[in-house]
Unconditional design. Sequence first.
Length: 77
Amino acid sequence: MTTNSARWRIRIDSRVCVGSGSCIALAPDHFDFDAEDRSRPSHELTDPDDALLTAVEMCPTGALTIVDARTGREVQP
């Protein structure tokens, strides 16, 4: 787990997401499927987590972005 006091927001581009489920497999506490079998964040905000960074990196379509909830700056990619 990354240690700092930041909070992250997960953004998913639903136009790009194909519902592969890799993010759910890599960070199951942070993602679910929506009604169209595309990924969605489980929570509006989350604590920093290395599993999230891995999920963003491994997304086959590049649909995932993590931003700092306070500043709006991209954390990943």
